[in-house]
Design a protein around this ligand. Sequence first.
Ligand code: CTP
Ligand code: MG
Length: 233
Amino acid sequence: MGTRTVAVVLAGGVGARLGAGRPKQLLEIGGRPILARAVAAFDAHPRIDEVLVVMASGHLRAAAAIVAPFGKVAGVVEGGDTRTASTVAALEALAGRPDDVRVLFHDAARPFVGAAVIDRVLDALDGDAAVAVGVPSPDTIVVVEDGLVASMPSRETMSRFQTPQGFVLGTIRKAYEIALADPELAATDDCGIVHRYLPDVPIRVVAGDDRNLKVTRPLDLSLAEHIAAEETP
Ligand code: CTP
Ligand code: MG
């Protein structure tokens, strides 16, 4: 048997920007909860052994009901106030696991992650301990400070990160161990933690997919419905 691979589906947020009155991952797209779609992608993937769901407090029962049909779901744990705290909750749940386990962190708010993207992350983990998924930016991205353009990196070097982000468990554990000792810890995502606290660890970037959008603002719901309607039944 090869190394075990665990997918962590992060659903600890409350969806403030969407403003639906409940966590966005509980909303249905094409008749199916966003959380169910995200979990299903990993549950159905032959190279994923186990799925762990991190849910916002107060919604654990709702999450448990949604994930009940999926055989690889090993548990639903309570998240924290920030995405970082929710990742830490997952790492605590994986505390007894060996360092060589592979772990993929995925935003529950991305219901259309495909098998090909998951495969690319897993393939890259054969050679690198940290892997991100990126797509080119159609827009020019600039650094703005005090309302003025401070710098303009060339568009060709810019990438927008999606998830899943994949790690060798020992590496992401070590990065968080250092990060949590930093009183000024400010993190964006899990690769951000590795980049900042284990700067010598290269982070491989593999190609994402335009359909792997994160439902964030109201307009994203329309786009998500459109993508769901295009799916082959
Ligand atoms: N997330 C999490 N725990 C948190 C915050 C976020 O697990 N405390 C998860 C979200 O559930 C989501 C992913 O991280 O799947 C990306 O976060 P985001 O899109 O920001 O979701 P929310 O935080 O729910 O949305 P908002 O920032 O608008 O409140
Ligand atoms: Mg958020």
